[in-house]
Design a protein around this ligand. Structure first.
Ligand SMILES: Nc1ncnc2c1ncn2[C@@H]1O[C@H](COP(=O)(O)OP(=O)(O)OP(=O)(O)O)[C@@H](O)[C@H]1O
Length: 271
């Protein structure tokens, strides 16, 4: 069973090349992590004292203003960052999707990139070979797939990357919001695939500034603030507190049901 546990974890970034006097003068702004002033080298405390247990079936949205620590938390959950203090344990195969373009090679063809990107995301070559046709169809790139990636427009690269990302079978899916920056029309087409991807994955953590996306993919949320967990609860509770208004207000029963956001009765049935 997949799970991620984090105990009292902190992540610090020492800034060796900073002009420490001016850094030390820096106050804690609304955006950004806390800049520690005790040591000689300025330290950005990107995460502080995070304790968290995520289980199979969790679909967690990460919200918070710029620099609150969402991306750093995703990297900690992926095992990319080790905690500076505290500890973490990851059970399961992680697919970190932080940047759609990562792992793509401009000099090789679209077809070859499909395989390489899949390997990056924890799939095997055989598994990716079986998916090539489906990805080709979804991305609508036709003969371009035999051409080197450097001949693609930005939009074409995104189509390919999104096709690959939504074809994988992750146990733990960690999504950073870049995925929301995709061309709206194409994203509409990708929506069903994205939803299916999330359904297939055992555990999702998704950092996003988009209510719409969070509502579509997540049922619970964590509000990050200056590197700390300010609140954890249902998506509706957290968004209402974070935004100061209930984003679900005025939605019909059907809309809430479609989004899987109906409150659950004590017997486990939707209200
Ligand atoms: N590699 C790094 N080196 C130094 N500081 C970093 C590094 N990565 C993140 N930080 C700092 O850690 C803090 C948290 O950053 P993080 O990227 O996790 O925020 P975020 O919530 O994802 O922000 P956004 O919504 O803008 O993407 C910020 O103050 C940032 O400046």
């Amino acid at each position: 069973m997949v799970s991620i546990d984090v105990w009292n974890a902190s992540v610090d970034f020492p800034i060796f090349d900073a002009k420490s006097r001016s850094m030390k003068k820096a106050v804690l702004g609304k955006a950004g992590g806390k800049i520690g002033t005790e040591s000689r080298v300025p330290i950005i405390e990107a995460l502080r004292d995070i304790t968290l247990s995520l289980q199979h079936g969790d679909r967690v949205g990460l919200v918070g203003h710029n620099g609150a620590g969402k991306s750093t938390l995703l990297r900690l959950l992926a095992g990319i960052y080790e905690p500076t203090r505290g500890s973490s344990r990851i059970n399961g195969r992680v697919a970190p999707v932080f940047d759609l373009g990562v792992g793509m090679d401009p000099e090789i063809s679209g077809y070859e990139n499909i395989i390489i990107r899949g390997l990056f995301l924890g799939m095997t070559r055989k598994q990716m070979e079986k998916r090539v046709e489906d990805i080709a169809e979804f991305s609508e790139l036709g003969n371009y797939l035999s051409m080197p990636l450097r001949t693609y427009s930005t939009g074409m690269r995104v189509r390919l990357a999104l096709g690959v990302v939504t074809s994988i079978d992750p146990e733990i899916l960690l999504l950073d919001e870049g995925i929301g920056a995709v061309d709206a029309a194409f994203l509409d087409k990708a929506r069903t695939r994205l939803n299916d991807l999330v359904k297939r994955s055992g555990l999702l953590v998704f950092a996003s500034h988009s209510d719409e996306f969070l509502m579509e993919l997540c049922n619970s949320a964590i509000w990050m603030d200056h590197g700390q967990m300010k609140m954890r609860g249902s998506l509706r509770e957290v968004l209402t507190e974070y935004k100061g208004r209930d984003p679900f207000e005025g939605m019909s029963h059907e809309q809430l049901e479609r989004l899987g956001q109906l409150p659950v009765l004590p017997n486990g049935d939707p209200a």
